[in-house]
Design a protein around this ligand. Structure first.
Ligand SMILES: C[S@@+](CC[C@H](N)C(=O)[O-])C[C@H]1O[C@@H](n2cnc3c(N)ncnc32)[C@H](O)[C@@H]1O
Length: 297
């Protein structure tokens, strides 16, 4: 039931205790609107929402047949080795979705894992699963653009291309806030699609079968903005049909490295695949998996 779930999922402005209770009030557009007495937020229905505010729900999960428990375990093996946090370290999963990595870390004995995400349906799924398995993960409802923690975490990770949804300036600011949320020496593992790999195969038309649905995509790359544009249609067996236009800023390694450096990080290593840490094969590597640490100033 909703009450039961709400008791375990924090609101966007740190309404509850545990590891996020010390958060400062939110900053940024959403926070300002919510806090301004003479400028009430427009009703949700009136605001035009960005694609990433609507797409991540139960239907989205049905389009992801490639995500398996084995692949999650492999990614968490990598996370443990790269971040090597203490078992009682504060760890944040940025854009945690249903918390598959956070839950696996909790199952391995990490006691202070926070899953941070904008999607309530996915957080609720994660919270239900954590209760079912008797695991402790602190699920927090929030927006990257309002992340306002100071030196709280020993480790952070942001996986499956959950970075790059905003315009360039906002992406930069988000990375700076992630850096500020870490202690000096704290580590970030960032995994995004490798621009130099994907551009070779674009434009493309793709199609695959999800769980009770068929997914069709037209994917293009805008070389002026370095953004991937993905027109996706999902047809469900019950006759429903949804369409989304997805836009993601894609980075080459040199550009992401500079961005991390300007945000306050030092890059420690780069991998092109979960299976071989520290090996990167240029435009043959599908992913950029970058390990970085917060520099001392
Ligand atoms: C590609 S999914 C990755 C989910 C998870 N990391 C995984 O690997 O299974 C991207 C996630 O980022 C979340 N997200 C999108 N925009 C966000 C925002 N502005 N603030 C916080 N989370 C956001 C989505 O709700 C979604 O769960």
């Amino acid at each position: 039931m909703v009450e039961r779930v709400d008791a375990r999922v924090q609101g966007p402005r740190g309404a509850r205790g545990s590891s996020d209770s010390g958060s400062a009030p939110s900053v940024g557009k959403e926070g300002a609107r919510a806090g301004a007495p003479h400028a009430p937020a427009r009703p949700v229905a009136e605001r035009s929402k960005a694609w990433f505010e609507v797409i991540f729900d139960e239907d989205h999960l049905r389009t992801l047949p490639q995500v398996t428990a084995a692949s999650t375990r492999c990614e968490v093996d990598f996370l443990e080795q790269a971040l090597h946090p203490d078992k009682d370290a504060e760890i944040i999963d940025l854009g945690c979705g249903i918390g598959r990595h956070a839950l696996e870390l909790a199952a391995r004995g990490y006691s202070k894992v926070t899953g941070f995400d904008l999607s309530l349906p996915l957080l609720i799924r994660g919270a239900d699963e954590s209760q079912r398995r008797g695991l402790k993960v602190n699920f927090v409802h929030g927006d990257f653009r309002e992340l306002d923690r100071r030196e709280q975490y020993q480790a952070a990770y942001c996986l499956s291309t959950s970075f790059g949804f905003f315009d360039d300036e906002t992406n930069r600011r988000v990375l700076q806030s992630i850096c500020r949320s870490l202690r000096v020496g704290g580590r970030l593992l960032l995994e995004v699609v490798n621009r130099d790999y994907i551009v070779r195969g674009l434009p493309a038309r793709l199609g695959w079968e999800g769980e009770g649905c068929l997914v069709l995509e037209e994917v293009e790359f805008n070389f002026y903005t370095s953004r991937l544009h993905n027109r996706r249609a999902v047809v469900f067996m019950d006759g429903r049909h949804i369409e989304h236009v997805i836009s993601i800023r894609c980075y080459s390694l040199h550009e992401l490295g500079k961005l991390l450096h300007h945000a306050g990080f030092r890059v420690l290593d780069v991998s092109g695949h979960w299976a071989h840490r520290g090996r990167f094969f240029g435009n043959d590597s599908a992913a950029l998996i970058v390990l970085a640490e917060r520099r001392g100033e």
